[in-house]
Design a protein around this ligand. Sequence first.
Ligand code: ASP
Length: 656
Amino acid sequence: MKLDRLGDFQRTHRNGDLRLDHAGQTVRLLGWCRRVRNLGSLVFLDLRDRWGLVQLVANEETADPELLAKLKAVRSEFVLAAEGVVAERESKNPNMATGDIEIRLTGLRILNTAATLPFPLEDEGVGEDLRLTYRFLDLRREQLQRNMILRSETSNIIRNYFRKHDFVEFETPILGKSTPEGARDYLVPSRVHAGEFFALPQSPQLYKQMLQVSGFERYVQICRCFRDEDLRADRQPEFTQVDVEMSFVRQEDIQNLIEGLMVELCPLVGKHPVAPFPRLTYKDAMEWYGSDKPDLRCKIKIQDVTGLFVGSEFNLFRAAADSQGQRRVRGLFLPGEAAGAFSRKQLDELQETAKQLGAGGLPYAKWGKDGLASSFKKFISPELEAELKATLGIRGEGLAIFAVGTDDQTSRVLGELRLRLARTFGLTDPSAFEFLWVVDFPLLQWDEEDQRFVACHHPFTSPHPDDLDLLQSNPGACRAVAYDLVLNGYELGGGSIRIHDAETQSLMFHTIGISESEARAKFGYLLDALAFGAPPHGGLALGLDRLVMLLAGEDNIREVIAFPKTAQARCLMTDAPSPVDERQLRDLHLLQDSKQTYRVGAVFFESAEGGNAELRGQALQQISQMTPRQSQGLVTLDAQGQILDAQTLSGPTFDF
Ligand code: ASP
């Protein structure tokens, strides 16, 4: 088909803006043909641009034959320039913003044709892989257009907000240094420095702290971060953070600032949260909601009922009551007729879910039309029933479920079932926006695999001032000045007040098993910076993808990212990652005949495979002198058996 030129054609209006007020005006429009319909003597065409959809029409009997022929040649997704006169429609379409009018065509240019699309844009049920393969077409869909524009507006408000509050926007390096701790790094081999690697930033954490030492006081960056982790619906290998750091602040200052931002952002989607947001300690969040990111759209709380079973005949619960707090019985009550009428079969399914979550079973008590039914009814005396009702807030019909075990076990089971059942019984208001802060997180947690403490947030987080002594005497009990912002059960972001003196920072490294020499090698610049007049400082980072996802009412962050990766960390459109030439590998020193990389088996010191056994043996010996830990790793040797590089796949890395 011979194409027309855009030439000097100038658009006069955006398609979605046209209204009855424009009737009688001649307009010039641009866009894509959504579809053409031939209805007797009238030919209709819906023309779409970024701002909306408008109906074009030509009358077979009165239209110019050349125009008509051209119009009939148009197929879906052809690119068009159209001229016509705005006219009131005979039959209006109330579902369309421009539904009161149509454009009587006087001219048409076909700027480009389009092959038949691999899927119809209106089809909601297209598989995600196909959508991601043709993401450039998928992005034509109204929902994704809306999401991308919402994302852009969100970023604009964020930038303006921080500018208004005197923040300086920075760009920190993408090519950075690999550090132990945190998630797995994405590495970039250096061509210039054989055998050395940059790491993509997991976050600009230390750069933003350096900028506080430099005296900028207020830093902000909307930045990309990279973590080589297993993916979930709300995670991507690369994601965007709104990264903030401030000097001379307390936790409350940061919270107030971020609340102000949320209050400005939410009206974008018609929500009006009221600050200050509730603040809940980590301990209370776990106790009442079984989660460190509770969804407060559901008001139901988990309660401790252990005390009601002291001396009970019900062995399972009594044993917990006798365990002096080691194990507890906790429960929650879901009110309503539907919950009270939960069938045997549904309860069986619930048992299965509870088992998958690690519970032995799921004791329940249900108050329905026929009174009480329970998996442990014979142990429920009228007094116990009254006590259960009082403790769990039971009024009327409904279902109570119980879990017994350690706090972790019962939190996991009840936290998850609280959410699922609240959804099942309509006890969560899906349109609500419930923000809260979770504060007083533990500073450290014990890592069974590595047999050491690791930082819950990151190793630059300040211990709670009241718990400083615990850092040495009982590290596991030490709280952090760390806080998470939670919205509707999602962690929107988190941050902390930082350690700002070198001594505490060194103590922290020591506590998490980073030796002095390793700390120097990996974090020397931080320790130096802290020694040169570092101000007290703190900050936080918000996940922009997650924030936009929640604003957009989506439940998958891929819906708010223009070109996301799949859950298998691939880009289906560009087919990345992909193999590269041997030449490139050689340039990057990743392929060398004289070098051999050994994968040092399941455990560094016990098994190994491949390559030259003698060299491997030497390598293992050298490594074992350097670390007493058992880890998996890669060791690269030259032909003489010298170690060029050794990296553990978890735990520390080594310099040579
Ligand atoms: N850098 C931290 C993170 O990415 C956030 C912060 O502490 O500011 O989680």
